[in-house]
Design a binder for this molecule. Sequence first.
Ligand code: ADP
Length: 243
Amino acid sequence: MKIELKNLQKTYKGGKAALRDLSLTLASPSLIGLVGPNGAGKSTLMKLLTANLLPSAGEILIDGEPLVKQEKLLKASLGYLPQEFGLFEDLTAAQFLDYMAALKGIEKRAAKNEIDRVIALTHLEDKRKSKIRTLSGGQKQRVGIAQALLGEPKLLIFDEPTVGLDPAERVAFRNLFTEAAKTRLVILSTHIIEDVQSACDHLIVLDKGEIRYCGTPDELIAKKSAPSLESAYMALMDGRDHA
Ligand code: ADP
């Protein structure tokens, strides 16, 4: 799968530009980390990539075809964890996943195995019959990740997936994303540099709707002569070094 962003722009009604003239090509298999401070435009980009928003200008091509013409493909190939995740609080975790599997067009019989698989991947075995209302923030986030994994989509887009997870869960999920990215395109938006440090083969730093950096984490560390990705990122954002 190849995603091309061509001169992508998004300005909300009455607001300033959330994304300014973004051009970028992403190709699978790859784990892409999208980082940047609050308000950088990360969620806006994710919503455009998942056709939940339309660009003000420019276009997104998936395998050479405009995204707007690919709704069917998108439905079958996309796993998306949005930042604000409206879970059905009165459903159990398993019922919610069953509902999401139906929305994704997964057949009833296949859905049962698929639900078992994603529940195991997200370690929710003992919560499958619990109402979502009774789950902790981290457990709800795991249900959100589980629904994104349903149907083994070729494109996974996670908006702040590790929010609310404890450190051990975070490590487990980083491993899961790395594993998933061996055969697909995984885009992970986060403001936690640790999330992208070890695993991402590509890093995109957004700031004020513009790309500040696009390359490997190691290249950024080398460019800033920094001891870690975190300090390289800080140097980039501070603008101390415009090299
Ligand atoms: P991030 O996810 O990196 O925090 P966002 O994409 O949420 O950034 O926001 C980028 C910019 O767009 C911010 O200035 C934000 O205030 C603005 N913005 C986001 N959503 C809306 C909206 N629905 N209406 C108006 N402005 C918005």
